[in-house]
Design a protein around this ligand. Structure first.
Ligand code: NAD
Length: 411
């Protein structure tokens, strides 16, 4: 089952629970608009390179559409559509006034110079500028894009429409970005994990946590979970893994990764393990924070965890999900767990629109309030309707989107 089929199956299941009927389902499943553009640039050596660029706008019933830009060789139209749909449900779960969108270019930034990356970004922005805007569709960073890329998007858009910081979020702090945006997704992952433990009267003190992926999301999640008392006993990335039974020293590991081309391998204060061993390490909390589709049927069977907290987008396959459900391992879904990023993106947009800057304390406390409320809303549905965590999150989101759609009316 593809990622898009999985997301659509989740929506159909939620529509059935809500007894919405085929009329609403029809309105909500398909994206509003899909744009594909040719991104042709001159490389530094004078040759021409062309890439496919996509922007998919899924749904705007609850507000302007919002979603990241991904630069990765595997980016294609169907993937971007699935990720755009996930954004519609994610913004609805945390109840921020947005719809969902996603974009991407099938380039590998590791093979491009900084100037080439800038040209790719500006060319793509020029192509999509007519369909984005502060009240229409607001891009943000995703895999392999960062604050610098967002600054170029803002600058290129502003050349046509005047100074427009609110057209994109995840910008550098010196260019109307928000404090707390960089660490927001990882911080949100920690809030959700804490809430899960708190519900059963526990704290994270001494909880054993295993994390796959040690980039932006994985490393900040590790840092905040450790600060809350958890022991991060193993992490892995594309280079392999490291483990330590009494807990990895996360600040030292982050420093090592910073100096070691983004990789955990070679960290001296821990034991080296294989990337695959991460899926069989006994723990209390397992956090996938790398790519999609990693929790397959086999890995779900082998997993030795009490709870799965999905920090990555779509990390569990449909078959893996069935196994986790059968084994009674609660799986808190991506559209709840990793919504901290888009939530602080929303705070950044609010600050840009109001031309008023918040301090870090305000960002953190507003983020905690929204994430904890979303957790409670989903948890209540899990109990009252006897749903899995994923089904409950989709029911909550779909109800909000369907209400907005019907109230706005269909001509
Ligand atoms: P990143 O590029 O900063 O980090 C990705 C990490 O995954 C790296 O440590 C990399 O080595 C590791 N990785 C890549 N391939 C791997 C493999 N085959 N096996 C093991 N590890 C592998 O990306 P990120 O921003 O941390 O995003 C991670 C996930 O979280 C993605 O699914 C992304 O869509 C999702 N997400 C990110 C944000 C955000 O704000 N950055 C928000 C919501 C969701």
């Amino acid at each position: 089952m593809s990622q898009l089929e999985m997301v659509n199956a989740n929506i159909r299941q939620a529509a059935k629970v809500l007894e919405l009927g085929p009329r609403v389902e029809k309105l909500i499943l398909n994206p509003n608009r899909e744009m594909k553009v040719e991104v042709a640039i001159e490389l530094d050596n004078g040759e021409i390179a062309t890439f496919n660029g996509y922007r998919v706008q899924h749904n705007d019933a609850r507000g302007p559409m919002k979603g990241g830009l991904r630069y990765h060789p595997t980016v294609d139209a169907e993937d971007v559509t699935a990720l755009a749909s996930l954004m519609t449900w994610k913004t609805a779960v945390v109840d921020i006034p947005y719809g969902g969108a996603k974009g991407g270019i099938n380039c590998d930034p590791a093979t491009l110079s900084l100037r080439e990356l800038e040209r790719v970004t500006r060319k793509f922005t020029a192509h999509i500028r007519e369909i984005i805007g502060p009240n229409v569709d607001i891009p943000a960073p995703d895999v392999n894009t960062n604050a610098q890329v967002m600054a170029w998007v803002m600058d290129e858009y502003s050349r046509f429409y005047g100074f427009s910081p609110a057209v994109v979020t995840g910008k550098p702090l010196d260019l109307h970005g928000s404090v707390g945006r960089e660490e927001a997704t990882g911080r949100g992952v920690a809030f959700i994990t804490e809430s899960f433990f708190a519900e059963t009267g526990r704290t994270l003190q001494g909880a054993r946590v295993v994390i796959q992926g040690f980039g932006n999301v994985g490393s900040f999640a590790a840092l905040f979970l450790q600060r809350a008392g958890a022991n991060i006993i193993a992490v892995s990335d594309v280079s392999g893994g490291v483990s330590r039974a009494d807990g990895l020293p996360i600040p030292a590991l982050i420093e090592h990764v910073r100096k070691n081309k983004g990789m955990v391998q070679g960290f001296r204060e821990a034991e080296a393990i294989t990337g695959d061993a991460i899926f069989t390490t006994p723990c209390d909390v397992f956090i996938p924070a790398a790519l999609g589709g990693v929790l397959t049927k086999e890995r779900a069977e082998a997993l030795r965890a009490e709870v799965v907290i999905e920090a990555a987008n779509a990390p569990t396959t449909a078959e893996g999900d069935d196994v986790l459900q059968r084994r009674g391992i609660p799986t808190l879904p991506d559209i709840l767990v990793n919504a901290g990023g888009v939530t602080v993106s929303y705070f950044e947009w609010v600050q840009n629109v109001q031309q008023f800057r918040w301090d870090g304390e305000r960002v953190d406390s507003e983020l905690r309030a929204l994430m904890t409320k979303a957790y409670r809303d989903v948890s209540q549905l899990v109990k009252s309707r006897r749903l899995s965590w994923r089904a409950a999150a989709y029911v909550l989101a779909l109800e909000r989107v369907a209400k907005a759609t019907l109230m706005r009316g269909v001509q």
